[in-house]
Design a protein around this ligand. Structure first.
Ligand SMILES: [Fe+2]
Ligand SMILES: [Fe+2]
Length: 275
């Protein structure tokens, strides 16, 4: 059951003069990753093949993710009327594949799979909150607020199922930590980079993973404020079973904030060198 619909967004309030142009390539990339949600649901259906309750939840979840893609794609098409969302998405689908036919999680266990899902939802929930807080464009703000609320509900959904599997699979805290940390670093894999490439280059242009990652993250990281990182860190801690508002979480958030700022500068230097 969707909590909102694309048609309910106040598209007529669109104010092109209030757009920070650096946000447009990020929204184009995000639109494609989100719209690809059905493939991920197929993968989850394979991993949880004998759990009908979870499979149903995963199918409903994917419908919401696809809607995120549709809303973001529609906004990007308003912001850049020359952009062809359908063509860009087709290129993305042709070049990037989730392992849809797996019958076991790539994380080694179902608990692990669900922890990884919690990390992804933590990332999206924080990111869309950051974008909503940063943008002056009212329609994008509304879209990002709705999406961020969905992502937080997704986090809770995967978290609740994770707790259920954890009772059975009894994965130790160190392994849970490793899975979470692994998923955080995977954000620099091809999923986003390739979406950034397909969304923002002409067909046939050369694909450079490094340049796309640098392009995406140097832009995205600039929209965060410390409070988004602090909240995200609390959610990561909760996912692995540590106190979300303790001293360790607070310290990790401060450290992550320093690392993010450094990483942003490194990506900017890389881009400047290549230019
Ligand atoms: Fe989403
Ligand atoms: Fe989500």
């Amino acid at each position: 059951m969707k909590h909102w619909r694309v048609e309910e967004i106040s598209w007529d309030r669109f104010e092109p003069s209030n757009i920070d142009p650096t946000i447009i390539p990020l929204i184009k990339a995000a639109a494609m990753v989100e719209r690809n949600g059905l493939d991920y649901a197929r993968y989850l259906n394979g991993v949880f093949h004998d759990d009908p309750a979870f499979r149903e939840a995963a199918d409903n979840w994917a419908v919401e993710e696809v809607q995120h893609g549709e809303a973001l794609g529609r906004w990007a098409s308003l912001a850049d009327p020359d952009w062809d969302f359908e063509a860009a998405f087709k290129r993305y689908q042709a070049g990037y594949q989730v392992p849809v036919d797996a019958d076991a999680s790539v994380r080694g266990s179902r608990t692990g799979e669900l922890i990884a899902r919690c990390i992804v939802e933590t990332g999206t929930s924080s990111y869309y909150t950051a974008l909503a807080d940063a943008t002056q464009e009212p329609v994008l703000r509304e879209v990002c607020r709705q999406i961020a609320a969905d992502e937080f509900r997704h986090f809770k959904l995967f978290y609740d199922h994770m707790r259920r599997y954890l009772k059975r699979e009894r994965i130790g805290i160190l392994r849970r930590f490793r899975i979470a940390a692994g998923r955080v670093t995977e954000s620099e894999d091809d999923e986003l980079a390739y979406a950034f490439y397909c969304g923002n280059t002409a067909n046939g242009a050369e694909y450079s993973h490094r340049r796309c990652i640098a392009g995406y993250f140097s832009g995205a990281m600039g929209f965060y404020q410390f409070r988004h990182i602090e909240r995200g860190m609390g959610m990561i801690f909760k996912s692995i079973g540590l106190p979300p508002r303790g001293k360790l979480s607070a310290l990790s958030a401060r450290l992550a904030w320093i690392l993010i700022k450094r990483r942003k500068q490194r990506f900017e230097r890389q881009l400047a060198l290549r230019a």
